[in-house]
Structure formats: C-alpha cells, structure tokens
Design a protein around this ligand. Structure first.
Ligand code: FAD
Ligand code: 2HG
Ligand code: ZN
Length: 472
C-alpha cells in the first residue's frame, strides 16, 4: 500500500491533535518493537486518538486514501500483529488514551470500558466493587482490554472462566470505512441474528478497531488457596489435576505446569526468586482453589487434594501458601517465566494445545524430537496445563550462536506443530496468528475455512487497509 504524503500526515495529525501524533524516531521506537524482539517495524506516525469519533475520522481518511492502519493496544502481543511492516507506509493507531471505565454495574455484574483500559486497572476496579474480572496474564500491567479482545487472550483463569471471548457481552467497533458499530449491549441472552461481536473477537485488528466493550463481572471469591507441588513427570501432573478436579470440581481455578528447566532459568537469573521447595523435582504444578464461601473452605479443599495426592504417590512434595503474600509469591514465580527466558539466549517458542489427556505424550515426543534436531537445546516448557495449552519453548544450547539457532525457528515449529496436529491439537492456543504464523494457517485450516475467512475479510474491509499481512 502507498505511504501517506506529508499533507495527508498533517490531516491525520489534525484529527487527534498534533500532541497525539507521534513522529520523532526516538518517540516512535517503543511502538515498533514487540516483546520477543522478533519484529521491528517502521511507520511515519503513531496516532493516539482520545475518543471513538477520532478513530472513525482516522479510518475514513485512511480508506479514502488507501493507507494501511495497524491497530495497537499495549504492544504485548506475541505474534507481531501489532507491529507495522518495514515499508514505512503503515500508520499505527494506538488506543492507549481511550482508557476510561465508562460504567461499572455491580448489580448486573457488567462493566463498560474503553478499549485502552489496562487489564490490571480493570481487575482493580472490579475488586474495589467487590467483584472479579477473571482474565489474568503475566502482561496484565501493560496489555489493554482492546488487545485482549482482539487476540481472544487466554491466560491463567481459562479453566474456570473461559477465554476472553466468554467474558464479552458487547462491543463498540469502528469499521474500515469509519462507520461506528454500537454493539455495547449488556444482555446475557440475545439471539437476534448473527452474533457479530464474535467476528471481531480474535480477529487481531483485521476486521475493525475495537473502541469499547461490555464485559462480564463475577462474584469475588471469599477464599483462595494456592499450592506449589513438585512432581516426577507430566503424567503425575495430569493425575494431580484429576484428583484436584474430582475433589475440587469447579473450585479449581488454575492449574499451571512448569518444567524444572523453566523455573531453573528464573532462580539462576533473578536471585530474588527462591525455590519454595527444599528438594529438586523434574516438574512443578501450581494449583489454585477458590471458594465463594470462605478461606477455610478453600484451604480444606486443597488439603484434601494433597492428602490424596501423597497417598497415591502422585506428588513428591508440595507447599501450601499460608498467607496472601505467600500465594502472591508462588504466582509471581509462574508469571516471571516468560520474560526470564530472554536471559538464556535465543528461544524458539510454541503455543500449542492438545487434549488435556495427551499433554504427557506430547511433551515426551516433542522433547525427544527437538533434542535430536538440535543436540544440547534446552526445552523449558510451561503453561496452562488445565486447558491443555503448553508454551513448549526451546532455549538455545549453551554457548551456541543465537542467530544461527533462531534461523531454525520454522523448521522446529513445523516439526513440533506436526506432533500437536497429529494429536488433534492447535498450533496457536492463545497468542493468535499475527505475522508469525500467517504462513502456517493454510496448513491447519481447510480450503473451506480459508475461503470463508477471506470472504469475511473482504466484506468487512474491501480495500484491505486493516492490518494487512496479518492472519490471512
Ligand atoms: P497488542 O499487542 O497491542 O495487539 C495485539 C493484536 O491485537 C494486534 O494484532 C493488534 O493489531 C490487535 N489490537 C490491539 N488493540 C486493538 C483494538 N483496540 N482493536 C482491534 N485490534 C486491536 N496472551 C495470552 O493469551 N495468554 C497469556 O497468558 C499471555 N501471557 C503473556 C505474558 C507476557 C510476559 C507477554 C509479553 C505476553 C503475553 N500474552 C499472553 C500475549 C499478550 O499479552 C496478549 O495477546 C494480549 O491480549 C495483547 O494485548 P495488547 O493490548 O498488548 O495488544
Ligand atoms: C504465558 O503463559 C504467556 O506466560 C507467554 O502466554 C508464553 O513466553 C511465552 O511463550
Ligand atoms: Zn500463556
């Protein structure tokens, strides 16, 4: 697509006000690189609109002039969807200034927000109203709710509350031609024609710019208990999860698996973290139990789970948090695992899901395969075991050349994805397709599915200005 002329850039700047049109090279830089450092884009301008009308005016002008627009939230996406290409022609629309919580209705258990509200801010607002907004992920201090919706983010509470898609009641979206769709409905039941919001959820900014949302709130649990267990294998982790589910049922609100290598990276590179267990174990499981009644009930359930786990020889050791601070510390270990991998050099990442019961077989087979492909590589898997979603990330061999190792990304991805696919799994459980996995999409979707997706894209964005080169 063509680059905007200086005169057109001026017109875009007038819409948001010159102070909200970022142009200097140093000021642009934070908008142009993403967390993995895999993509580094270029843009003439980042526009930071303050309201829906401004977003509408930007898209109207962009479509009329054939200018590509990359929507961006907190820039924490893992597949490069929020980064423009290297041409320097694409403009970024960052939603960060649209950060108002418009209405929190505790009685109806709904909250209406602008897209740029930071996830953690929303969690805190719900908490202050004695409610829970359950979406939780390690990047919650920066990720925006619009980005969460655009990626249908998963995170650590999917087991109990579902993906972001399950938390959305209504949306406000600016279409490619600048038209505003006001779908900010608060209803829990509404079977009136196609449910359009679901097309925008997970579309990664390719069908419209989300400017507002109505989200579900939940009763705040009265008690929470967190345990950190050491285990011999993913098979034992699966058995522990089974025990937890049979005793705790819907009270099991998180089940996160971590390999010894993944937590070892943390203790080695960030000494402020301490291993909560005395001995060494091959795998670790963080289990969270919530109770709508009391701390005592949550504690009693988790104790019952571990009595059974030790009786059955499933867990080798475990610590149960004795205080809120200890619970936070255990969670902190889990949340730090993604970032710390950078300290160990190049990491080739996977975000796969398989049926939960296939997780041990997947890990065994995939580990053997990558160790054969790159002798000395270090699988450092961790993830959302309760959802069958593992981040099967492989760090480079110690002392290897980082770029030479990363050059094997596609080859390793293809091999690992083939195993997941054979097991009926997905190559992107929660991070999306973006730019990173675009080439792989036609291999995991049928011709019928690709055709339908292209038709939808053509109907919503006939000029192809919205996030070109992403997803499709
Ligand atoms: P961005 O990164 O800015 O954008 C992501 C995509 O959404 C892009 O395609 C962009 O074009 C589009 N987009 C953004 N805002 C809008 C909008 N308003 N309208 C339309 N399109 C838009 N993800 C998980 O699912 N689960 C996890 O557990 C998880 N943990 C993470 C941990 C770390 C340390 C990091 C760095 C990332 C993690 N992620 C996780 C990935 C990321 O945080 C999520 O994808 C998040 O939902 C992205 O939100 P964002 O605001 O940063 O979006
Ligand atoms: C998490 O679960 C994120 O922490 C990040 O989804 C995963 O770094 C990763 O691959
Ligand atoms: Zn994750």
């Amino acid at each position: 697509m063509k680059a905007p002329s200086p005169a057109l850039l001026q017109q875009f700047a007038v819409i948001v006000g010159p102070q909200n049109a970022v142009t200097g090279a140093a000021e642009l830089e934070p908008y142009l690189v993403e967390p993995r450092g895999l993509y580094h884009g270029s843009t003439p301008v980042v526009l930071r609109p303050g309201n829906t009308a401004e977003v509408s005016a930007i898209l109207k002008l962009a479509q009329a002039n054939g200018i590509a627009v990359v929507p961006q939230g907190g820039n924490t996406g893992m597949v490069g969807g929020q980064i423009p290409d290297a041409s320097g022609a694409e403009i970024i629309v960052n939603l960060g200034r649209m950060n108002r919580i418009r209405k929190l209705d505790a009685e109806s258990n709904t909250v209406t927000v602008e897209a740029g509200v930071i996830l953690q801010t929303l969690q805190e607002a719900a908490d202050a109203a004695d409610r829970l907004f359950p979406l939780s992920l390690s990047a919650e201090g920066s990720a925006q709710i619009g980005g969460n919706i655009a990626t249908n983010a998963g995170g650590t509470a999917v087991l109990a509350y579902g993906n972001t898609r399950d938390l959305v009641l209504g949306l406000e979206v600016v279409l490619a031609n600048g038209e505003v769709w006001d779908g900010l409905r608060t209803l829990r039941k509404d079977n009136t024609g196609y449910d359009l919001k679901h097309l925008f959820i997970g579309a990664e900014g390719t069908l419209g710019i989300i400017t507002g949302a109505v989200l579900k709130l939940f009763p705040k649990p009265k008690g929470r208990s967190v345990a950190f267990a050491g285990l011999a294998s993913p098979h034992q982790a699966l058995r522990l999860f089974g025990i937890a589910r049979s005793i705790g049922g819907p009270n099991v609100t998180a089940c996160e698996l971590m390999s010894a290598t993944s937590v070892g990276f943390l203790y080695r590179n960030a000494p402020q973290f301490r291993d909560p267990l005395a001995g060494k174990h091959a795998w670790y499981l963080l289990l969270e139990i919530s109770s709508s009644r009391s701390e005592e009930e949550a504690r009693a359930l988790i104790e019952e789970i571990f009595v059974k786990a030790f009786e059955d020889g499933v867990a080798e050791d475990a610590v149960l948090a004795e205080s809120l601070q200890q619970s936070k510390d255990l969670w902190h270990i889990r949340h730090a695992l993604s970032d710390i991998q950078k300290a160990e050099g190049g990491s080739i990442k996977h975000d796969i899901s398989v049926p939960v019961a296939s997780m041990p077989a997947f890990l065994e087979e995939a580990t053997a395969l990558v160790e054969k492909m790159v002798p000395g590589c270090r699988p450092a898997a961790f993830g959302h075991m309760g959802d069958g979603n593992i981040h099967f990330n492989i760090s480079q061999p110690v002392g290897a050349d980082k770029q030479a190792y990363l050059a094997r990304w596609d080859e390793m991805n293809d091999a690992v994805h083939a195993i997941a696919s054979r097991m009926g799994g997905s190559i992107s459980a929660e991070h999306g397709i973006g730019a990173l996995k675009r080439h792989a999409l036609p291999h995991v979707k049928s011709g019928v599915e690709m055709g339908l997706m292209r038709s939808i894209k053509g109907a919503f964005d006939p000029a192809g200005i919205l996030n070109p080169g992403k997803v499709l």
